[in-house]
Design a protein around this ligand. Structure first.
Ligand code: A2P
Length: 257
């Protein structure tokens, strides 16, 4: 298991019945780019049981943080949800992924669009000063079924703006749009609907999505990604990767089969 490193669980936070986050120690040799994911898991029946998890912590932070769903009877998450401080988890040594700034062509607005736990990679990206150096405006949209699923609201709205290092950039350049589809909230509707109508951007005095200026990162359920991909390609946006930077990049959120 040379490709795995055992880390210690430091904190666990249960947001609700279906979502939780946990923080672990970090091997100083574990380096990653904000937006990447790695394999994370525990030992089960004598073998490591692993799934892909985006780092929700930034690459300059001492601890690692992950954001997870709890799938009833899910092989990993039904056990992982019971971890406690002091327990060991395995962290893969080879982070990877396409939700990195290098995979996008230069632009002025960056849209970070996530559903459910698809928020995770964007939490590290919005903590990265480089994000704000490369884009004048960063729009983070998080779509969930219910208000209780809108994890990290306090971090994004209150803690990060006060951060000594990135706080000034966050306050000046980050626009956070949480949206809920199954109960009344300040913003209602799927991310796809909100972008399609354009009214939502107009209300904020912002121009419609435009391939000339805008770049997009997507992370969420397969259906969300497929619909967003259609929406973007229909407007002239091209999919990118590190070897061929594009107008948008995609990553599937952790989904347990
Ligand atoms: P909805 O409640 O209308 O299904 P899930 O928990 O199923 O992953 O959904 C998380 C959020 O993503 C929900 O608000 C859900 O809306 C929304 N969603 C699901 N499918 C799509 C899609 N194809 N396009 C845009 N949003 C979607």
């Amino acid at each position: 298991m040379a490709e795995l490193h055992a880390e210690t669980v430091l904190r666990v936070h249960h947001w609700n019945e279906t979502l939780f986050s946990f923080a672990t120690s970090r091997d100083p040799a574990f380096r990653f780019r904000n937006g990447q994911f790695t394999m994370v898991g525990i030992e089960a029946d004598g073998r490591p049981l692993l799934r892909a998890y985006s780092m929700a912590s930034a690459n300059y932070e001492e601890e690692l943080e992950f954001f997870s769903i709890k799938v009833p009877n899910g092989p990993l998450t039904s056990r992982l949800k019971d971890i406690k401080p002091g327990d060991q988890v395995y962290i893969g040594r080879k982070p990877t992924g396409t939700l990195v700034l290098d995979a996008l062509r230069p632009g002025s607005r960056l849209f970070l669009l996530g559903t459910g736990t698809g928020l995770a990679p964007f939490l590290s990206i919005i903590k990265d000063p480089e994000t704000y150096d490369q884009f004048s405006q960063v729009i983070l949209m998080h779509g969930c079924r219910n208000i209780a699923d809108l994890a990290y609201q306090e971090t994004i709205q209150s803690i990060l703006p006060g951060n000594e290092w990135v706080g000034p950039q966050v306050r000046a350049q980050l626009i956070y749009v949480p949206t809920v589809t199954r109960e009344p909230f300040s913003t209602n509707g799927r991310i796809t609907e909100l972008l399609e109508s354009g009214a939502f951007l107009e209300q904020r005095g912002m121009p419609k999505l435009d391939v000339a200026t805008d770049r997009v990162m997507l992370c969420g359920s397969p259906q969300f990604l497929a619909d967003m991909q259609d929406f973007l390609t229909g407007r002239g946006f091209e999919d990118g990767g590190i070897s061929n930077p594009g107008h948008f990049v995609i990553e599937k959120a952790f989904v347990e089969k």
